[in-house]
Design a protein around this ligand. Structure first.
Ligand code: 4AD
Ligand code: MG
Length: 430
């Protein structure tokens, strides 16, 4: 019976065949332990010399790392392994022998591993991180579908910039100039006026010269946009969403979190409601913590965000930033127009800003004024202004960075390990 590793629990004490690769191996004169992987999981195959033909034992002893095989044997319980099962191997059929696999079980430097990302993805740790990424994506669709959102796919090639013009990727669009999308938000606002509650999930691009553990050039964003939803209501959606995906990962990625040695209490603690502080309060906290240079009107960098997050054991919303620090579309606080109705959600443990969101300007005249000050004179932005002309309503939305969320939930330090093929400042290979 042919099966996969994630299904072996259904074949206890039965003989099965698994197609897989040899991840690692240990052997002595009488016994060989094969660490096998098949994409769905990892299992140990035990080959006892006295119980197999001489030919099979010779194959087992000589098998090279990453060779592909069909292995046949009986599935038994193994209480010592976190997986819980192992295979008593009867037969091995070699499909293809791998020669000198470059990633050996010893330690390798990061650049070496990044150069071999097409192979590094096979490792147990990378496998666990990608499974957690997949669970977040699955739970995201589930959460938004269950809460009355419909998925809308904004374009990747655009003539507009949502988040400022400095870090856009330019490309030719026949005789026009186009950019790769920084955010689907402007299009999602149009869609929210057509469908009420919408969300997108897709790749976004930033030609940022940042070389930090939080920055990718190409990253994936979840972006909900909601008509008739104001600032404070949007924060409630955000904390409920983050709670939902965190608890889904805890429930469905037990083995992966164990592989990554993740502190589960940290994840169990991600439960709404999350604390909210204003930008003004954040400045006060920073001053108390010895950031003497910080002044009202300054933006926060990674050290500031980390220092603030240390005061809380949950993610924390920082709200009401100065308008001049934020994008042109954010709605000013009616009580205090120098600040906007926005929030950044800062994750604990130094993972930084996970979400950026705001209520949007819905007033035509005010948006026109913003167009002047931000020099959005081109024809490309006319359609967005028109949304304020035909039945404008209060609306809010936010963008969640997938890779930063994966890094946080997995306990992985750098976002380069949270996307299959990272695009970084110095890397377009593989
Ligand atoms: O704060 P940002 O720039 O917000 C927007 O783009 C809004 N238009 C979203 C919206 O309201 N619909 O980006 C949102 C999130 C950040 O909080 C961060 O998690 C992630 O996207 N992000 C990055 N992730 C990895 N690498 C980068 N270079 C990132 N830039 C932003
Ligand atoms: Mg932001």
């Amino acid at each position: 019976m042919k099966t996969t590793i994630n299904q072996v629990k259904n074949y206890l004490n039965k003989e099965v065949t698994i197609g897989g690769w040899l991840a690692n191996k240990r052997s002595s004169g009488k016994i060989a332990f094969l660490q096998l992987r098949d994409g769905t999981g990892f299992i140990q195959g035990v080959v006892v010399k006295a119980e197999v033909t001489e030919e099979v034992f010779t194959i087992a002893k000589g098998l090279s790392q990453e060779s592909s095989v069909y292995v046949t044997g009986t599935i038994v319980e193994d209480t010592r392994s976190p997986f819980g099962y192992e295979m008593q191997v009867k037969n091995i059929e070699v499909i293809h022998e791998a020669v000198d696999y470059p990633i050996t079980p010893k330690e390798h430097g990061t650049e070496f591993l990044m150069d071999h990302r097409h192979l590094w993805l096979r490792s147990k740790r990378q496998h666990a991180v990608m499974k957690i990424r997949n669970e977040i994506i699955r739970a995201t669709y589930e959460f938004f579908n269950d809460n009355g959102f419909i998925k809308i796919d904004p374009p990747i090639l655009t003539a507009t910039s949502a988040e400022g013009t400095t870090d856009l990727f330019h490309t030719e669009y026949f005789d026009q100039e186009a950019y790769l999308s920084q955010s689907g938000q402007l299009y999602l606002e149009a869609a929210a006026m057509a469908f009420g509650k919408v969300f997108s999930f897709g790749p976004t691009f930033r030609a940022e010269k940042s070389k930090t553990r939080r920055h990718l050039i190409e990253f994936w964003m979840m972006e909900p946009e909601m008509a008739f939803v104001e600032h404070e209501e949007s924060l409630e959606v955000q904390e409920n969403y983050i709670t939902y995906i965190a608890q889904s990962v805890l429930k469905n990625c037990e083995l992966e979190l164990k592989t990554l040695d993740r502190d589960l209490d940290k994840l169990k603690n991600i439960q709404a409601p999350f604390p909210r502080i204003t930008y003004d309060e954040a400045i006060k906290i920073l001053k108390e913590k010895g950031f003497d240079d910080i002044e009202w009107g300054d933006d926060f960098g990674a050290p500031h965000e980390t220092a603030i997050s240390e005061d809380f054991d949950k993610p924390v919303f920082i709200t009401h930033y100065p308008a001049e620090l934020k994008a042109f579309y954010m709605k000013p606080d009616p009580e205090r127009p120098e600040v906007v109705l926005c929030a950044d959600l800062i994750a604990p443990e130094g993972y930084g800003e996970i979400i950026g969101g705001s209520q949007r300007i819905d007033d035509f005249e005010l948006m026109e004024e913003r167009y002047q000050t931000h020099n959005l004179t081109g024809e490309s932005y006319q359609w967005y202004l028109e949304l304020r002309k035909y039945g404008s309503v209060p609306h809010s939305g936010f963008g969640v960075g997938l890779e930063r969320t994966v890094a946080w939930f997995s306990g992985v330090k750098h976002v380069r390990e949270t996307i299959p093929f990272p695009r970084l400042l110095n890397r377009l290979y593989p």
